[in-house]
Design a protein around this ligand. Structure first.
Ligand SMILES: [Ca+2]
Ligand SMILES: [Ca+2]
Length: 267
C-alpha cells in the first residue's frame, strides 16, 4: 500500500513538472510572437517615417500594411475603434470612394487619454539657433511637412481641433513690433505666439498677465541679458500648420535665440 502511494506521488510530481515546463514554453513562445509583432510594427513605422519625406505616401506601405487594421478617417477614429498603440497607420480622411487615396500618418495614441492625434511631422523639428539677424523677421525658417498639402487639408477637415507647439528661448531678442512672428499655412503674417488666439498680439504670459515684466506682452520683450522663454500651443485650425518662422533682434553681440516647432497634431 505504502509502495503504491509512493508510486502515485512520484507520477504526480512528474506530471506537475511536465505541466510547468509546457507553461514556460508557451509563455516564451507567446512573448516571442508579441516581440516579433512589435518589432515588425516598429520597422514598418520607421520605414514609412523615412520614406515619407516629400513623396506620395499613398502607396508606400500597400504591400506590408496589416489587413486586420481598418482604414478609417483619422487616428482619433482608430483610437475610438480600439487601436491604442502609437505608430504609423493608414487613414482615408475623405472616405473610401472619395478624393484622396489612403495614406500613412503617424498616430499619437498616448499623449491624451481619450484622443488619438493624427500627427504631421516636418523637417524643422530639431531646435534651431537664431543669431546675427537684426531686422524684424529677417531670419526665415521655411517648414516642409511630411504630407502633401491636400492630405493636410483632408486631415484638418475631419478633425475638430488641431494644435502645434511653438517656443522661443531668447537672450535680448524681443517680439515687440513683429521682430518674431510666423506665417500661416495660407501665407498670412501671424503675430500671436503659442497660447494666444488668432488676432491677439503677443505671448501666453501677456494674456494671463504673468510676464517677467507684467507691463510686457512676452517674456522676451524684457529684452535684457537674461535667458527668457515664450512658449505654448497654437490652436487655430484655420491658420495651422505654420509654414514659416521669422525672427530678428539677434544682431547684437549678446542677442540670440533658439526656436522649437512641434509637429501638427489634429484630433
Ligand atoms: Ca479617399
Ligand atoms: Ca534686443
Amino acid at each position: 500500500m505504502v509502495g503504491a502511494c509512493k508510486h502515485i506521488q512520484a507520477m504526480f510530481s512528474v506530471l506537475v513538472c511536465v505541466g510547468i515546463i509546457l507553461m514556460c514554453l508557451s509563455f516564451v513562445s507567446t512573448s516571442r510572437q508579441i516581440d516579433d509583432k512589435l518589432e515588425g510594427f516598429q520597422k514598418l513605422g520607421h520605414t514609412l517615417r523615412k520614406r515619407s519625406y516629400g513623396i506620395d505616401n499613398g502607396d508606400s506601405s500597400a504591400t506590408s500594411y496589416p489587413t486586420s487594421i481598418p482604414i478609417l478617417a483619422s487616428c482619433d477614429a482608430l483610437k475610438k475603434a480600439g487601436f491604442g498603440f502609437s505608430g504609423t497607420y493608414r487613414i482615408d480622411p475623405d472616405g473610401a470612394s472619395n478624393g484622396l487615396e489612403p495614406f500613412s500618418v503617424v498616430c499619437d495614441m498616448t499623449s491624451d487619454l481619450s484622443l488619438g492625434y493624427t500627427t504631421v511631422h516636418h523637417d524643422k523639428e530639431e531646435d534651431g539657433d537664431v543669431n546675427g539677424f537684426e531686422d524684424k523677421g529677417s531670419f526665415r525658417v521655411s517648414v516642409t511637412y511630411d504630407l502633401r498639402r491636400e492630405q493636410i487639408e483632408a486631415i484638418k477637415a475631419v478633425s475638430s481641433s488641431c494644435r502645434q507647439f511653438i517656443k522661443y528661448e531668447c537672450i535680448g531678442s524681443l517680439f515687440k513690433d513683429r521682430h518674431q512672428h510666423w506665417i500661416s499655412f495660407y501665407g498670412r503674417t501671424m503675430v500671436n505666439w503659442g497660447g494666444v488666439p488668432t488676432g491677439i498680439r503677443g505671448c501666453a504670459c501677456g494674456v494671463t498677465g504673468t510676464c517677467d515684466d507684467p507691463t510686457k506682452l512676452c517674456n522676451c520683450d524684457v529684452n535684457d541679458d537674461a535667458p527668457r522663454l515664450d512658449q505654448g500651443y497654437l490652436t487655430d485650425k484655420a491658420t495651422l500648420p505654420v509654414s514659416q518662422l521669422r525672427f530678428g533682434d539677434t544682431g547684437g553681440a549678446k542677442e540670440k535665440g533658439v526656436y522649437t516647432l512641434g509637429p501638427l497634431q489634429c484630433a
